[in-house]
Write a protein that binds this ligand. Structure first.
Ligand code: ADP
Ligand code: ZN
Length: 520
């Protein structure tokens, strides 16, 4: 069968989408390919069809072990002879698949990457006929990326062992640096690169200041997504549980999902989410890779993602059907403090930590931008564009204001507190001092006698939290140690002593004005 015939007869589609046809033909012709395509773009067909057209078995390397059974079942339903090998199988199941492979009775074989570290698997592959290698989630090979998996490094040897077998590497998330690293590590020097636009025009991006996150979420759901399916991401298992409970108490059907639940419950919740209408999945980022549910109408983040790649990937699960959808993130001072601290406490070398900092800084820049969110997001992936007219900053442009004086006030307070022996103070104490509040802790440490006491009456508490948050985001202030003590940075000194100006973002009154248009 030709490739069009396979597309129609096997998969039941009339035509290719985007670059699919070009990619399919290139790989059928024996060429290597590096495919960057957003979630929902249709990456699977790019290796599935060539696997069916070329002689031999298409070997698909994927880290998504939990999904292999489903993927294989779905292919078998279409009449495609598919199998998988991973660590969850019993030895006799594995032997069966191996026998099918050797007998030439498979079209597609899904492999977990760690299988390729096992010499036995490599020898098995050498005894069969391979149509192509597909390397899914190829960004996992990049150490600079946000989702590095050491097992992927073994994939650099595929080319030496099978120089004549075409390889296609695919990912939905890659900055220019990650893109280059994938090509280098996978030895794809001669590969043709297919880079689709990363824009997801039907997703409306919104990032709001976090006050009472659960209530804000409920308001979003009630006002704009009543009865819709969606995903709510939280950082911790505990907040997943609490948020799911809160939603259920308030009449929103919600299910929890995190790595602390037993695998039976996880599988059950996942399949309910996929099958039933209008369920909200409250989850840690353990949930979502490879989930193909077209009508997810919103993705909400109650905590700050660690990187723009992560944010893009998670929000990308909304609106795969192309209908209007919302990506909503609530973000506040505590997020910055917490994430900076997590980086400080993380294992790993200096270089690893620098990477985490760079990822977080890019995410913070996206949160604090006064420009179009979409443009900023796409620029991060090396693409650009015109302001979109459909994100919060386009719809209600935030103002910038000269925050130099309030910044100096915060920084001088931090400087004064630094001189206190052995005592460590965080944002709360700093703000109490600026506002001239005689709290017990202020009195206890005689902070009402500091020259900065009460000099900050021009802003209220939330205004000051905004200033501290933006200083942290801009690297003009840092947190340190067990108590998240505020400390000065080289940048702070420029503001304090060398007249550096600080531009800040003023949050517009926008809740009422920004709405996602409802499909239906
Ligand atoms: P990705 O892996 O890029 O996230 P998938 O390969 O899972 O995307 O495809 C996303 C959805 O689009 C799937 O439901 C798939 O069946 C559908 N799809 C892919 N290609 C086509 C096409 N040419 N015509 C119609 N639907 C398609
Ligand atoms: Zn915009």
């Amino acid at each position: 069968m030709g490739s069009h015939e396979v597309l129609r007869r096997v998969f039941g589609y009339d035509s290719y989408r985007g670059d699919q046809q070009e990619i399919v033909e290139h790989v059928i012709g024996g060429g290597d390919a590096l495919v960057l395509m957003p979630t929902g773009g249709g990456k699977s067909l790019c290796y599935q069809i060539p696997s069916l057209v070329r002689e031999g078995v298409g070997v698909v390397v994927s880290p998504l072990i939990a999904l292999m059974q489903d993927q294989v079942d779905a292919l078998r339903d279409l009449g495609v002879r598919a199998g998988f090998l991973n660590s969850t199988q019993y030895p006799d199941e594995r032997s069966l698949v191996e026998a099918e492979f050797l007998a030439g009775e498979l079209d597609l074989l899904y492999l977990a990457p760690e299988r390729l570290r096992v010499e036995q698997t490599v020898r098995l592959l050498e005894r069969g006929k391979i149509a192509l290698f597909a390397i899914d989630e190829a960004h996992c090979v990049a150490q600079w990326g946000h989702d590095f998996r050491p097992d992927y490094l073994a994939l650099s040897h595929l080319h030496e062992r099978w120089p004549d077998v075409p390889r296609v590497a695919l990912t939905a998330t890659a900055t220019a640096a990650t893109h280059a690293e994938i090509a280098e590590r996978l030895k794809l020097a001669d590969a043709k690169h297919f880079v689709a636009s990363f824009d997801r025009p039907n997703i409306q991006y919104r990032i709001v200041p976090k006050n009472e996150p659960k209530k804000q979420l409920l308001e979003l759901l009630r006002n704009e997504h009543d009865g819709d399916a969606g995903i709510v991401y939280c950082l911790s298992r505990n907040s997943v549980e609490k948020t799911a409970e809160f939603l259920n108490q308030n009449g929103v059907k919600a299910l929890p999902y995190h790595a602390g639940l037993d695998s039976g419950t996880r599988a059950k919740n996942q399949s309910r989410f996929l099958r039933e209408d209008g369920l909200v999945m409250v989850a840690t980022i353990a949930f979502g890779m490879g989930i193909d549910k077209p009508d997810v109408r919103f993705v909400a983040h109650l905590d700050l993602p660690k990187s723009v790649e992560g944010y893009y990937q998670e929000t990308g699960r909304a609106g795969r059907d192309g209908l209007p959808s919302t990506a909503w993130l609530a973000y506040g001072l505590q997020d910055v403090v917490q994430q900076r601290k997590m980086i400080e406490d993380s294992d790993g070398d200096q270089q690893h930590r620098r990477r985490l900092v760079a990822h977080l800084d890019a995410m913070l820049a996206l949160c604090e931008t006064v420009e179009c969110r979409r443009v900023q997001l796409l620029e991060y992936f090396g693409q650009g564009g015109e302001p979109c007219g459909n994100c919060d900053t386009c719809l209600v442009p935030p103002e910038t204001w000269d925050g130099t004086v309030p910044a100096q006030k915060v920084l001088s307070t931090v400087y004064r507190l630094k001189n206190e022996r052995r005592q460590k103070f965080g944002a709360g104490q700093t703000i109490d001092i600026l506002l001239g509040r005689k709290t017990a802790k202020v009195i206890q440490f005689d902070h009402d006698t500091l020259s900065v006491f009460g000099i900050g009456t021009e802003l209220n508490e939330s205004g000051w939290r905004g200033v501290v948050r933006q200083l942290l985001a801009q690297g003009l202030l840092a947190v340190e140690g067990e108590y998240s003590t505020l400390v000065l940075t080289p940048g702070s000194e420029e503001v304090l002593y060398r007249g550096r100006k600080v531009l800040m973002r003023r949050e517009p009154e926008r809740a009422a004005k920004v709405r996602t248009a409802k499909p239906k």
